[in-house]
Design a protein around this ligand. Structure first.
Ligand code: FES
Ligand SMILES: [Fe+2]
Length: 401
């Protein structure tokens, strides 16, 4: 490809740190950032590799021995909870003949066994058993040292109930990376809100949707409240567009907030609130796209995370997990309220599907060149594009220098 055809060049991002173009003159990402398989892989190995991306939920691997396979942008990976309780992520591939190691989530016990010739790896990825490697009944062979054949690990850390990965291994530590966002929300929800989150693993604790679109369109749709009156007419009656504000958290997130979240809506038992939530801002709720693929929602009585697992350039699995201020809230007494929250959010997220998939279909058109950001309503989306393009440019520059 001619370098002048690159996505970054088209969007007129300067590699030399020139001022960002004004939003109304700023080009958005071109169609192939959403439609090209090659661009998708390049994006994984550049923009996404250098930062922290959400892979799964801490509750997916709740106990030592829990394993949970995830296909992440074409990479077969597996999350594992080791004996010490630490989350680990490995390439989900046996070091012998390259068979996928873990096909289904579950409890591996102490050893993850390959289904093919039954080599066994412990929960820290060390190869421990190689049955019959030296002939029937002989489990060792000269010149072969198990220590040389551990699973290939990927750097991972946990925060807010999410297992994050950093493919390049050289991003700052996760909590340092998240600091601008965590400090904002610790002021709102209390200094330890992120440590007290209790995942609801019951009937109304999660939901999953498959979107026929690139994951970035789900990020972009979540960034803005502009579509609220038209796509979410019911939501707009109790949380109207005019009560929303744009939100950018440099350099890692953007979205929207509202000042009219109604804690008492519905007639079921109100949920416990975060104990140190700012009492002046009980009706504040904020919705942030944490780049590249984690969508967060915080309210005084519940928190949710949506992971966008990109399965193809035009296919995304959305996994939502509800979390609460304490484990009491996940008990029977609050079942009614959790059910009504689950129902209300299911409606909202289902309403978004057709517009997000519509944007994907539109990106097949050569008549679309990235479109036009509006100066007020698209500020958070523009922020995401600038984040993306700056990192793409940085990787491209690093690769050629
Ligand atoms: S491929 Fe895994 S043991 Fe042979
Ligand atoms: Fe929406």
């Amino acid at each position: 490809m001619n370098p002048t055809d690159s996505i970054a060049a088209i969007a007129e991002i300067s590699p030399h740190g020139a001022a960002e173009p004004a939003i109304s003159q700023s080009a958005a990402l071109p169609n192939r950032a959403y439609t090209s398989h090659d661009e998708w892989l390049k994006e994984r190995d550049t923009v996404i590799a250098q930062t922290w991306a959400g892979l799964g939920f801490s509750s997916d691997i709740s106990e030592p021995g829990s394993v949970y396979p995830v296909s992440f942008m074409g990479l077969p990976l597996v999350m594992v909870r080791d004996q010490s309780g630490r989350a680990r992520v490995f390439h989900n591939v046996c070091r012998h003949r390259g068979t996928q190691l873990v096909a289904e989530a579950g409890d591996a016990g102490l050893i993850i066994r390959c289904p093919y010739h039954k080599w066994g790896y412990d929960l820290s990825g060390q190869l421990k058993t190689t049955p019959n490697i030296g002939g029937m009944g002989v489990h060792e062979v000269a010149g072969f040292d198990c220590a040389d054949h551990a699973l290939t690990g990927i750097r991972c850390e946990e925060s807010m109930g999410v297992v994050f990965i950093n493919l390049s291994s050289d991003a700052p530590p996760l909590l340092e990376h998240l600091e601008p966002l965590l400090s904002r929300w610790r002021e709102l929800a209390g200094p330890a809100f992120d440590e007290q989150l209790a995942a609801d693993t019951g009937e109304f604790g999660s939901m999953e949707l498959v979107l026929n679109s690139n994951y970035k369109l789900a990020v972009e749709n979540y960034c803005e409240s502009y579509h609220l009156p038209f796509v979410h007419p019911d939501l707009n009656t109790y949380s109207p567009l005019e009560a929303h504000y744009n939100l950018t958290v440099d350099p890692l997130a953007s979205g929207q907030g509202t000042r009219v979240y109604d804690l008492k809506r519905g007639d079921s038992e109100p949920l416990p609130q975060f104990s140190d939530w700012d009492s002046e801002r009980l009706k504040t709720a904020e919705y942030l796209s944490l780049y590249p693929n984690v969508l967060l929602g915080i309210q005084a009585d519940h928190f949710f995370v949506i992971l966008l697992i990109s399965e193809a350039t035009d296919q995304t699995r959305e996994r939502l997990q509800f979390m609460y201020a304490d484990t009491d809230a996940t008990g029977e007494a609050y079942r009614g309220r959790r059910e009504s929250l689950h129902t209300a959010w299911s409606v909202v997220f289902a309403e978004d599907i057709s517009v997000v998939e519509g944007m994907q279909r539109g990106r097949a058109s050569p008549a679309f060149d990235g479109g036009q950001f509006t100066p007020l309503m698209d500020v958070p989306t523009h922020h995401f594009h600038q984040w993306f393009l700056t990192r793409l440019e940085k990787s491209t520059t690093r690769a050629v220098s």
